[in-house]
Design a protein around this ligand. Structure first.
Ligand code: WTA
Length: 573
């Protein structure tokens, strides 16, 4: 394995985590628990700890949220967050929504999204946030699987919610101006205006459901990963030592709440730490992004490799047009962070970009670079205090340094997922090796204990930080009238990490053409979602299949990369 020799020395002198080694030696999760009020009372609610607690401590006038997009700008205090989420909790209560019910939120970022999310949690409901880019099939799959009772959405997105086919979905709450609420629909604004500010918060058990994030695997439909209120211990602690949040920080996480990063680190971690949270709506643009940092004097910034690569592509001169001097800590998650990007960040932002590794299933950060620790560009860092990571073989034996294998985490940790909705056997697969959570990533650990990502063990595609299951895309593709069979792989791409490439064999009577490619790509985009649509399509007379009829994606990948196809003993013919 190639050795990375350059080291970026730690310069932070006042980081919350003074010494990584020291913290690992003395760490005890039960010490972190003492920070919470429920440690004394036994009464738990994530939204209470994130918002209400700060109001009770006299911080009601502090800005909790700076929201901005092209059309709107708003500052929301902790006090207003409390009131609005209390009111929304009462709206749901009046409708009869109860503890444990699933409430989905399907809308673009806005302050209302955060009131809905926190208000639902306050009454003990389990929140399912969805990307606004989802089309009908994606929305239907998730609402059906989870048997959601209510959805908060906008009139523009409502046509993608197949209400008539979802008997469990009793309540549709519409956000926006000039809402014409139809039968069985409510106007968010009107309901909030009438709702009482006094909410009897639902005190729940630490192990009660909090949030449901659907994510992709290599087979089957997306699976619903369930997290519980207990996760707050890890959200709070990693917010403190990894994000390094302090009381006067202005923090910006660029992720949408449809993705776990946008909730664990876009809602919970910053609010639990009492920071001011910046939320930017709208699309990516280098100017708007830099302007967000300049305008709100962002101090801590959490983003993703594809975004950093796009910013790099926008050039050093674009950076110089803005005053980014407020920045003091920059982090990344979601895909491998190229050493080149780290070096560029040092040059143009004069900041180390701190890579962090974790997954939807892990609920919180697990392997990270810390402000007080030296960085080896290209490495994900070291496991957070209180957890152990290792490289294990397929039987669960721990491998020595510099050997590639399965990246595994010793169980448990506070924010670990507690189940896969409706799918206990899927859940157990992750824990098939006694005492370990098997991530599905391959990696190695060097002799200094730094972890280096190598790839996915399965066929899951990571395009611009979004996890896409090839099966889901293939299933949609074969619904197209021209498609007989489809195999989907991730093709390496300098900007997006990977792009989705589909190999397709056509039904009799259809001829390959560029128009047909465009039509098929659009079919997925409209039916499923834009990020699941193949950027490249190649027609083949026949696809490689096992005798049992499974399309062999590894052969497609080998074709793509010009590599030997390996063992073909199971191939059809
Ligand atoms: C990948 C996002 C390399 C990895 C929080 C993992 C990474 C999957 C990194 C989880 C990183 C995440 N370096 N790869 N720092 N962080 N990944 O569930 O393959 O959307 O298994 O979670 O993203 O993706 P998910």
């Amino acid at each position: 394995m190639e050795k990375q020799t350059d080291i970026v020395k730690a310069t932070a002198t006042n980081a919350n985590l003074k010494s990584y080694e020291e913290a690992r030696r003395s760490f005890d999760w039960s010490e972190v628990e003492k920070e919470f009020s429920w440690h004394a009372t036994g009464k738990v609610n994530m939204a209470y700890e994130a918002i209400d607690r700060h109001v009770e401590a006299g911080l009601g006038d502090k800005v909790a949220l700076y929201y901005s997009d092209a059309a709107r700008e708003e500052a929301v205090t902790y006090g207003q967050m409390k009131t609005n989420s209390d009111k929304f909790g009462n709206v749901l209560r009046k409708l009869g929504v109860q503890k444990g019910d699933r409430v989905f939120i399907f809308m673009p970022r806005s302050p209302e999204l955060y009131y809905s999310l926190l208000g639902s949690i306050k009454i003990g409901a389990i929140v399912g946030p969805l990307f606004e880019a989802f089309m009908e099939q994606a929305v239907r799959d998730r609402l059906e699987d989870s048997q959601a009772v209510a959805i908060v959405t906008t009139p523009a997105l409502l046509p993608r919610v197949p209400v008539a086919d979802l008997p469990h979905l009793k309540h549709v709450i519409l956000v926006g101006d000039d809402i014409q609420a139809g039968e069985g629909q409510l106007n968010f604004k009107e309901e909030l205006a009438q709702a009482s500010e006094q909410l009897d918060i639902e005190w729940v058990d630490r192990e009660d459901g909090l949030i449901l994030h659907y994510t992709s695997g290599s087979t089957g439909k997306p699976k619903g990963v369930v997290h519980v209120h207990n996760a707050m211990i890890q959200h709070y602690y990693t917010g403190k030592i990894v994000l390094d949040l302090k009381a006067d920080d202005v923090y910006w996480c660029t992720a949408d709440p449809g993705w776990v990063t946008g909730t664990s680190y876009g809602v919970f971690a910053p609010f639990l730490n009492g920071a001011t949270n910046v939320i930017r709506g709208g699309r990516f643009s280098p100017q708007d992004w830099y302007n967000t940092i300049q305008r709100f004097k962002v101090t801590v910034w959490y983003s993703a490799p594809t975004a950093f690569r796009m910013l790099m592509g926008a050039g050093d001169d674009t950076v110089k047009e803005f005053d980014l001097s407020s920045l003091r800590h920059v982090l990344s998650v979601g895909e491998p962070l190229n050493p080149e990007v780290v070096r560029w960040g040092l040059k143009v932002y004069e900041q180390r970009i701190h890579d962090t590794w974790w997954m939807t299933e892990t609920g919180g950060q697990l392997i990270c670079n810390y402000p007080s620790m030296d960085i080896k560009p290209g490495s994900m860092g070291k496991p957070i205090p209180g957890t152990d990571a290792a490289i294990v073989d397929d039987n669960g034996n721990v491998l020595p340094p510099n050997r590639m294998g399965n990246l595994a985490i010793k169980t448990p940790w506070p924010s670990m997922m507690r189940k896969i909705w409706n799918n206990p056997s899927k859940y157990e697969e992750y824990f098939r090796l006694q005492g370990w959570y098997v991530s599905g990533d391959s990696a190695y650990m060097d002799e200094d204990g730094y972890f280096w990502f190598q790839g996915r063990v399965d066929d899951v595609i990571n395009t611009a930080g979004e996890r896409v299951g090839p099966f889901e895309v293939e299933s949609k593709l074969v619904e197209h009238p021209a498609v007989a069979e489809a195999g989907v792989i991730g093709k390496p791409d300098p900007l997006r990490g990977e792009i989705i490439k589909a190999f397709i064999s056509l039904r009799a009577g259809f001829e390959p053409s560029d128009e047909l490619k465009a039509d098929i790509a659009k079919f997925v985009k409209v039916g499923l979602s834009a990020h699941a649509s193949p950027r490249e399509i190649e027609f083949k007379d026949k696809l490689p299949k096992t005798r049992s009829g499974k399309i062999m994606r590894r052969v497609l990948k080998a074709w793509e990369l010009g590599l030997p196809t390996g063992d073909l003993s199971t191939i059809e013919d």
